[in-house]
Design a protein around this ligand. Sequence first.
Ligand code: NAP
Length: 381
Amino acid sequence: MKKIRFGVLSTARIGVRKVIPAMQNGEHTEVVAIASRSANKAREVAHYLGIPRWHGSYEALLADPHVDAVYNPLPNDQHVHWSIRALEAGKHVLCEKPIGLSAAQGGDLVAAARRHPRLKVMEALMYRHHPQWRKAKELVETGQIGELRAIQVFFSFYNDDPGNIRNSSSKGGGALMDIGCYASSLSRWLFNSEPRRVFGLVVNDPHFGVDRLVSAILDFGVGHATFTCSMQIAHFQRAHLAGVEGHVELSEGPFNPPNDHPCVVRLRRGSEVQRLELEVCDQYRIQGDRFAEAILRDAPVPIPLEDAVGNMEVLDAIVASGRNGGWVRPGAAHPGSARERRTNRQSSRNDFPLYTHVRHCDYTYSTRKELENGSTNTTSY
Ligand SMILES: NC(=O)c1ccc[n+]([C@@H]2O[C@H](COP(=O)([O-])OP(=O)(O)OC[C@H]3O[C@@H](n4cnc5c(N)ncnc54)[C@H](OP(=O)(O)O)[C@@H]3O)[C@@H](O)[C@H]2O)c1
């Protein structure tokens, strides 16, 4: 199968360190061009990464006939603007998360995408392509933990660099936009619905004016998702899914898993713990390939753009709740709003076939005494 030729808008760290090298190794992707506001920077990075073409402006990259698709890792406030410009230039778009600064902005991109039905647009929510999450989703959907009742996510890192885009409110910074978006996205995906109401507690940094600590409750009716995210707590990530009959845990890098050793999903049912070891992989490479396959086959993208707008509705509602101190119902009337999204859900589910290969599986059993004491020590079987 032919490869899709990607051009990259900017020399953003995430592109240079993760996404470009992954797509250079992709089965259906190659990176043929990069652009920067500085021609020197574009040339330097192009030489460093072995990218054949470079441009001293984003406009020049969009005009490059060798580029089929654009990867957009610009600061959050520029996601929608440059993604629309890319569509207008006839390019498919893989745009970094979150899709924009608000659901209304995301709706503008949905409207633009509908004006260009031949072109594909997808939010780069890399974690959803990783086998560890596909396995976790499979465990939930096949009833391995009974009805899903609670999801808990913790995600933090420490960054007080005033020059970082995450500490600029005009660039769409803040912990909620940067990492809280994963927790809300994950919860909506696993509950397979939209929260009926959300509650948010938001603490802003007094100097930067962006949120540095956010905790939220998402009420899905049948269950709750709770999360805390912070840009001023030492680095840590954890995700835990709790069902009537068991638990699923992804403790090692649920969102930034290693790409050089296997990830492990733990399924706990009573005293039995199944340790499911997945194949070593690079989630950014899988993301690129799945997006490229959708282009090559003219098939729906694995994550519909409406899903990105739905996530923004939840983030908007958490911000509103943080301001007014009460519960807020997510959703507004614009292209890609909750009502329309519901009709797209089935196709989104179908795109995640429910079987993910496990490389190795072993079991441990807790003794009754340990279970009664709540001890985490297990006896190898
Ligand atoms: N999916 C993931 O795993 C993941 C991880 C990290 C970040 N991200 C997302 O990727 C995006 C970029 O994050 P990053 O940490 O890589 O950012 P970054 O290193 O700060 O890069 C942003 C780039 O945008 C360009 N830019 C254009 N206008 C700018 C402005 N006014 N100020 C600063 N930069 C400007 C710059 O490139 P030029 O100077 O070359 O034009 C800059 O290198 C964000 O949307 C973030 O949410 C995703």
